[in-house]
Design a protein. Structure first.
Length: 119
């Protein structure tokens, strides 16, 4: 129970810092994060996360969305093998995850945000 209260305190402090710094609302409260918070997951806002966990989570989110939507609307088994489709989706997810984690890392450094632990 104390961990829940500590997380909520840090989350409130982190969101206040982001508002004070003028960070866009969609960067402060991405819809995926709100959804996971509503389900009870204790996940830091991306601007307070570290590079590797951000890269993994953002890459997985993009890869799953892109993969499902591409499978439904674009996949043609006559032109592309399943292995090629999965491989290209994974490669895209890797690049997207690394790029977005880099963006969040740089934005956090430019805004001089405190670490999650210090909140």
């Amino acid at each position: 129970m104390a961990r829940d209260e500590e997380f909520e305190r840090k989350k409130t402090a982190a969101l206040a810092v982001l508002m004070k710094e003028g960070v866009f609302k969609k960067a402060r409260w991405p819809w995926q994060l709100n959804f996971l918070w509503a389900l009870g997951f204790k996940i830091k806002p991306p601007l307070f996360g570290s590079f590797i966990p951000n890269a993994i989570s953002l890459g997985l989110q993009w890869g799953l969305m892109f993969g499902v939507l591409s499978w439904i609307f674009l996949f043609n088994p006559n032109n592309t093998s399943l292995e090629m489709f999965v491989g290209l989706t994974a490669l895209g997810a890797l690049f997207f995850g690394l790029a977005m984690a880099g963006v969040f890392y740089l934005q956090a450094r430019i805004q001089q945000l405190p670490s999650w632990e210090s909140l």
